[in-house]
Design a protein around this ligand. Sequence first.
Ligand SMILES: Nc1ncnc2c1ncn2[C@@H]1O[C@@H]2COP(=O)(O)O[C@H]2[C@H]1O
Length: 1002
Amino acid sequence: MIKRISLSSLRSIDDDLDEVAVISSNAAPESVRYGDGHHHYSQTANGPRVVPGIITAGVDRTKLLTNTTSSLQNANRKPSNNLNRNNDDDDDETNDDDNHHHHHHLKDRCPSQQSLIAVNCDQQQDKQSILSSTNATTTTTATIINGKNNSKKRSIHQMTTGLINRNDLEISKKTRELRRKEIRKEFEKWENVTGSIHHKSGCNWSFVFDPSGRLCYYWSLIVSIAFLYNFWSIIYRCAFQEINEKTVASWFALDYFADFIYILDILVNFRTGYLEEGVLQTDSVKLRQHYMNCTIFYIDCLCLLPLDFLYLSIGFKSILRCFRLVKIYRFWAFLDRTERHTNYPNIFRTLSLLHYILAIFHWNACLSHIIHMKDGFGSRDWFTRSKNKDCEGVTCDYLHAMYWSVLALTTIGDLPTPRTKSEYVFLISQLVFGLFLFATVLGHVANIVTNVSAARKEFQAKLDAVKTYMRMRRVPDHIQTKVIRWFDYLWMTQKSSDEERSVGCLPDKLKAEIAIHVHLDTLKRVEIFQNTEAGFLCELVLRLRPVLFSPGDYICRKGEVGKEMYIVNRGRLQVVTDNGKTVLATLRAGSYFGEISILNMGTAGNRRTASVRSVGYSDLFCLNKQDMWDVLKDYPAARVRLEAIAVKRLEKYRKEPLKKIAMGRSKSTPGLVESKGKIPVNNLNILQAMKENQSASTATLIKADVEDDENENDDLNMNGEKIINGKQQQDDGNLDETIESTSSMDTMKASSKDSHQNHQGQSLIAQQNCCDQILQNKTIAHQQQQQQTSTAFLSPSILATTNNYHQQQQQTPQTLIYSHLLSPNVALVNFDQRSQQHTPSPSTMQQTTTNNNNNNFYPSSPQMPHHISPSSLHQQQFLQAQHPHHPHHHHHFNTSPSPYCTINDNSSYNNIQIEFPTQDALLSEIKRLRERLLTMETENASMSMKLNQQQWQVENRLAEIEHQISSAASANSCSAAQLGFISSNSSMASVEDNERNKESII
Ligand SMILES: Nc1ncnc2c1ncn2[C@@H]1O[C@@H]2COP(=O)(O)O[C@H]2[C@H]1O
């Protein structure tokens, strides 16, 4: 009985649950001890434990435990529900009733037995339910009660902090007391229940051995040792020294101890379960009958044939014990099982072979000695050892006999010619046997050696084949080296090159189980495998294919069609932008990637959203798209979940530091075209770039700020007035990143050429007073925004531009804006009205759309073409206009902290002063643009998910409607058919019909 139990001890019990139990066959539960010695629980929460291999029998333990569990759950429910109730008496009564009920109940239940596995499982669950319920209750009160020590600590804490008032303290004490009582009761009750199994029910505690259990195995080891004793000693004593007075006691003791083991073995066999139709039988009557109907029973009885009584007449002759050797079947069974179970089969085989050889030499030596003694071999020199004072006695005789035996059996010995018939017969048979033995030994040794090196040979053969192939196909040296290194790594990490084949013969369930266990550490870190259905996990795990990548290998490249996803088992990988330089993320064991494209979640559909590169050797699991979809088809819930995770991840990627994203997107951002090197953005010398490109664009770029898409339109002006909305809200942040040395100016240049061709005569003369004018017209812009209809559909992601008519009667210079550098809210254009109507050149269009398609800048959603409307293109074109006639403009950037830089164009044209945004302003706009892009991509992803879900709903609805239609049809037909035959069965029939219809629809 557990009289004192605290929460801490409960925890200890919980910890103890996995330890090995110590139990004796008839051990009373009280005497069973567990734990490390410090915690001597006379009984665990689970009652006496069961050694693996033993099936406890005598009562219907499953039912019993179910009852126990339910009663405990009831008991647990009560206290938790009645935690604040102080009426213990009620509880006591109820518990007593329960106990009584259980005792009564148990007395009626004894006969059948359950398999060990079931019992153990139930016990574990039982245990867990007890502890979990206890823990659950404890948790609820954990803030108040937490064992003695904690309460003490808390009291101090309460005193010091004064957070809990005196009343609370009293309540907590009461609750604590109550709780303690409840726990005590729970365990008393439980103990009573389990105690009744052993004592009160009157059922005997007995064992049934599981034939495949460990205990049976250990027992067979003991029996094997007893057999070996007989095997070696009987012949020895027979040949060399019969039991003499000196040794009689020890021989007798050993003999009868071995016999005792044999007797025990018969008893054990009576209680060893057997499989009937694949089910382990544990019923004692059945077991007995089964054993007694077996030949083994008779063999076992034969082994114990009591010929010892003949000692009285013929004396102590060990040959009378020869029947004990029949037990060899147990020894063989033991060897067999060991060979199957051992992890070192070759070592075991070698030892076993050695034993057999020695045993044969031993028997041969003993038989030789017997013949020698009987036929007077001793009269001849060849066998009689020369009298030697150094080696006398039985041992020396034995060793001498053994020596000759070894010589003879290994066919090494120079045996003298036999003379008598018996000598001839013996020697001939000895030589023949020796020959066989030799051949067998050689064969075995060869086998073992082959087995040991089989893996290596197979590996080597593969490598050789690959090498030969590469040589024949003249594969470049560096690839050959890479391949050989790959093999090196494979061998070093002791990975079978064909792991799948090793377990290929197993059924899928077992394979999945193995795979789960082998890769458990990795898999449990993978988000998609967490909290998933077991079936889903099994199916996926079975489809995982191990792959190994070498350093620098690209597992996938951005823009490729995704066909697999990967899970990192070992190694380090980098998610990089398509230039391969910017690292977006580093992936380690447990990470997975490639899911976006195979789930078609990315903005680019089934295309890879990033490139992934192996840093060193990477050991990955590959999952095919087809496989993935096959599995997801059967697990729609998992699919929704996976997609949700993918969306979340997508969002996460988007939220990655701007720096990384910026770098990743640099190529796809118009104007930030990738080139070879990188230069820090702060060092980006726009002036220099301008010079180099000689774009000579005269532009007035005025920062505009619009808070959202709608506001963008606020800045649009059709009136030919320059608009300015110069307030900059964006914080440039710490854009200290480097950006790739953009050849934005290259783009400009290209654009400018096109623009020039199409807009000859529209020279861009950015005059100093333009800016002033813009400033003046700032307010006018707002008034006139409603007139701007053509720009209303402009994509905010492209650019909201304003057509600013600057003195319509004049051919005024345009105010240029670099669309790719400005955000939607940087909208400022001053160009001729006519140019607005101008159709953009195909080349420009092409360029723009190429950007869209290739660089993924614009989400490839169907609505996107809207954004790239002719109008926007048109505007872009204008924005990219240049001044071709004056290739040698010299722009000087104003380094003032103002958001604008002034470019003094000292060209021949005139002295143009361009207000150019500062780097900070530009960066801010870049940042905004990118953020906007990310938002759109995320929205796109979530939209696609929603679409998926809607698709599901529609499908379901469709099925429902179909079902309804068919049910209605069948109901009609039924009613028509049964018109006039209204019987009591009619409704039943129609229901059945409906059901049938339903099934057929399903
Ligand atoms: N920023 C990022 N951080 C981590 N992983 C990423 C990032 N971007 C893309 N990936 C992963 O890289 C994979 C490339 O192929 P997918 O687009 O199929 O799926 C992608 C994601 O799994």
